[in-house]
Design a protein around this ligand. Structure first.
Ligand SMILES: [Zn+2]
Length: 213
């Protein structure tokens, strides 16, 4: 054992120069951010079931929001209460009929139900099978749609969830009443605006019917 250890020391080449940091990347000593990302990424295990597919036409803030919602990391009243933060009520800020959780807000809330009914008429994709945010985030995978429409449907789901969350915040922080017609109007306007300005395949969004409601 000792011989082996000393053998290892002998294999180290010393120098008389000062010590310095060196990058041992894939392509020699030159540093590349992509190399660092690849090396770090190899040791990072994704949290099971938390992956959200990238949607090019959706703003990053909405993608991050959806990812947090799937992980149950958005500050719903129930989660705030669990963490010892005082809230006036744990009831859903949209309907007031059930405890406010991410799964309730985006799938079982009656306000969300109205929006999902319209979503079905726009896309012909049944959303009633979803009882959680996780299932909503994968709804586009369960439907038999071509790839272009899958991305449109996925983005629309995220837009709806983001707008529902905003409706709750608008009521709580700005006293703006929850009106389904306003939520729908915003979903259509934002969806069209984002898709038109951030996506090259413009016809798909028209085909799923968002503009024809
Ligand atoms: Zn509700």
């Amino acid at each position: 054992m000792w011989e082996k250890t000393f053998g290892l020391f002998n294999s180290i080449l010393g120098s008389n120069g000062p010590d310095k940091w060196m990058w041992r990347g894939v392509k020699g000593d030159e540093f590349f951010v992509a190399d660092a990302r690849r090396i770090i990424g190899k040791d990072l295990e994704p949290i099971s079931g938390s992956m959200i597919g990238w949607v090019k036409w959706i703003p990053k803030k909405c993608l991050v929001f959806m990812w947090q919602a799937v992980l149950n990391m958005i500050p719903t009243r129930t989660e705030l209460t669990k963490r010892g933060i005082h809230v006036s009520s744990c009831s859903c800020s949209l309907c007031g009929l059930a405890p406010e959780t991410a799964n309730h807000l985006f799938s079982s809330c009656e306000v969300a139900g109205h929006i999902w009914s319209l979503f079905e008429s726009w896309t012909s994709v049944p959303s009633g099978v979803c009882s959680s945010v996780f299932e909503l985030s994968r709804l586009h995978l369960t439907a038999s749609l071509p790839q272009g429409k899958k991305e449109a449907v996925q983005g629309l789901v995220i837009t709806i969830c983001w707008r529902l969350w905003k409706a709750g915040n608008d009521l709580v922080f700005s006293n703006i009443p929850v009106r389904i017609v306003d939520i729908v109007s915003d979903i259509m306007a934002l969806g069209f605006f984002w898709y038109k300005n951030r996506h090259r395949l413009k016809p798909v969004f028209g085909q799923i019917g968002v503009l024809s409601v």
